[in-house]
Design a protein around this ligand. Sequence first.
Ligand SMILES: NC(=O)c1ccc[n+]([C@@H]2O[C@H](COP(=O)([O-])OP(=O)(O)OC[C@H]3O[C@@H](n4cnc5c(N)ncnc54)[C@H](O)[C@@H]3O)[C@@H](O)[C@H]2O)c1
Length: 271
Amino acid sequence: MSNNLLQGKRGIITGALDENSIAWKVAEKAFEQGAKIVLTNAPIALRMGKINELAAKTNSKVIPADATNVEEINKMLIESQEFLGGKIDFLLHSIAQSPNIRKNIGYPELNYDYYDKTLDISALSLHKMLAAAYKLDAMSEGGSVVTLSYMAAQRTFSFYTDMADAKALLESIVRSFGYHYGKHRKVRVNSVSQSPTKTTAGSGIKGFNTFYDFAQLNAPLGNADAESCADYCITLFSDLTKMVTMQNLMHDGGYSNTGASSDLMDKFGEE
Ligand SMILES: NC(=O)c1ccc[n+]([C@@H]2O[C@H](COP(=O)([O-])OP(=O)(O)OC[C@H]3O[C@@H](n4cnc5c(N)ncnc54)[C@H](O)[C@@H]3O)[C@@H](O)[C@H]2O)c1
């Protein structure tokens, strides 16, 4: 269903790897709502993923860029504006990776080279994209940037290790850059704090499936899926949310404000 919420808008969507990616759903919905889009991902992901399939479905162009490399980001932003025919109205930052999680290294034992990589890929990449766009004046006035976060930025989840620190930094960059970009060009910057979602990044976390089921029982609405996350992102790109900026917005079926649900109590209750 389309309400043409993004009619005439130009957008860049990072992080679509396969049809499970949150960014994949955002790209499909942005196209459905009338936007013209560019898809970007790390060169290695372009070789491994299915992004060309998505590009064909959404009449979009794929422009590679490693999100930790400022030169590649600059090039991608310039080429995107050429393809889209003007400044960018919205940008989805949907990028994360932790070599420590991938290698199953616990928080007290973190490898610091990996830790630097986690922060660079999962948090500084947002600063790098925002700074490059700011300096190139690549975003139009009233534009919108959305990144994806997780509640481990505020509360400890034992399995989330250094990604929790990356998300805390990411959310701080949302506030700090949101201030400067708002003053400079009325560009808004927000993070959506999403439920556990079955994607490549999500499922790479040890214990993910158990936690997914736990959260599903605790949240009154259940876990928010990738599709509803994409719907929320579309509203944030649209003109209906022009005064929302520098926020971390919970999109978790009510999980974050629930102590213990009756479903969980029943599961662990006495006979
Ligand atoms: N899946 C979940 O449970 C969940 C929950 C909350 C938040 N998030 C966040 O959502 C975002 C998207 O993740 P997803 O769950 O859709 O998984 P995903 O694995 O489909 O997406 C992660 C993307 O990051 C890209 N990426 C990694 N390194 C990169 C680099 N150097 N340069 C450019 N791109 C790079 C990958 O290629 C991939 O496309 C992430 O920020 C993730 O932390 C996910």
